[in-house]
Ligand binder design. Structure first.
Ligand SMILES: Cc1cc2nc3c(=O)[nH]c(=O)nc-3n(C[C@H](O)[C@H](O)[C@H](O)COP(=O)(O)OP(=O)(O)OC[C@H]3O[C@@H](n4cnc5c(N)ncnc54)[C@H](O)[C@@H]3O)c2cc1C
Ligand code: FES
Length: 264
């Protein structure tokens, strides 16, 4: 589907917010994504393949917001797009974060690193609306202050936002996983059921899996990143190993998976 751009602006450094204006409102589950490709003049094939982006938010009038970091060819082209230009999108795709009663514990912990903050605003807002009596703690990390996104919005959603930066420019100096370890060891009542949701780079997710799953048996849901060419289960390019046997496709079976079902 071809959609018009309502706005596209730099938030800070390499991070941008693009707002798409689809013809009709879409219903999404937080954690779902779109395949997106800039619409090119004369329908040229450059860039050939679309790229996956999480849906950050759908606003009251149905506009879809995406946060993106400029890292390569498509995101550089995206950063040059202006209001009134068009992009091609496919979606919403994939399975988002589960928020049903069987899954959500008495304590809710959401962890995001860098651009991993993009889908967790919607997740936090949904959980706060559906479970107003359950405390939500968010651990947000980045290399430095410039990599911390959506801090003010997250503070409105959570009972507490713990910030970490690798360089110590804001919050606790270190990684989100240091703050997680500290929180679970000293401040989290082990008698209560805790559910963890996480989105960020693979090494961060691996470490979280070790802390929550292997050592504590806490139910944890990960939103995975993978190279995607089609986004709909056709190219087999986004396989992730299953714990039992075989592979899942991140685009079709995920991108959100329960930690104990996959090999990170
Ligand atoms: C389900 C899903 C949701 C995603 N949601 C978002 C989102 O909301 N916002 C967002 O910005 N990105 C998101 N990504 C990552 C995004 O798809 C890639 O950043 C994008 O494909 C880069 O395209 P490109 O053509 O600009 O870079 P490419 O030319 O494809 O890559 C350029 C270089 O950057 C590296 N690279 C790719 N991705 C990243 C990254 N995330 N950080 C650092 N280096 C990277 C590549 O390995 C390569 O070396 C998501 C990915 C998945 C699978
Ligand atoms: S991206 Fe093609 S199968 Fe997942």
């Amino acid at each position: 589907m071809r959609v018009r751009i309502a706005s596209n602006s730099c938030i800070k450094g390499p991070y941008y917010r693009i707002v798409l204006n689809p013809p009709s409102k879409v219903n999404i589950t937080p954690g779902q994504f779109l395949m997106l490709r800039p619409a090119t003049p004369c329908n040229s094939y450059d860039p050939l393949l679309p790229r996956p982006f999480s849906i950050h938010r759908v606003d009251q009038s149905g506009n879809i917001e995406i946060l993106y970091k400029v890292v390569g060819r498509v995101t550089t082209i995206l950063s040059m797009i202006v209001e009134g230009d068009e992009v091609d999108i496919l979606g919403p795709l994939g399975n988002g974060f589960p928020v049903n009663r069987e899954v959500v514990g008495d304590n809710i912990l959401i962890i995001a690193g860098g651009i991993g903050a993009a889908p967790i605003i919607g997740l936090g807002e949904t959980l706060r609306t559906n479970y107003p009596d359950r405390p939500i703690v968010i651990i947000l990390g980045g290399r430095g202050e410039a990599d911390l996104l959506c801090v003010e919005d997250l503070k409105k959603t959570a009972a507490e936002v713990i910030i970490t930066t690798n360089d110590g420019s804001v919050g606790i100096k270190g990684y989100v996983t240091d703050a997680l370890e500290e929180y679970l060891s000293r401040r989290c009542d082990p008698g209560l059921r805790t559910t963890v949701y996480a989105c960020g780079p693979s090494p961060m997710l691996q470490k979280i899996s070790e802390i929550t799953g292997t050592r504590r048996n806490i139910e944890t849901y990960f939103s995975l990143e993978a190279n995607m060419a089609c986004g709909i289960g056709l190219c087999m390019g986004c396989a992730v190993k299953r714990r039992d046997r075989g592979y899942y496709l991140v685009c079709k079976d995920g991108p959100v998976f329960r930690g104990d079902t996959i090999v990170l």
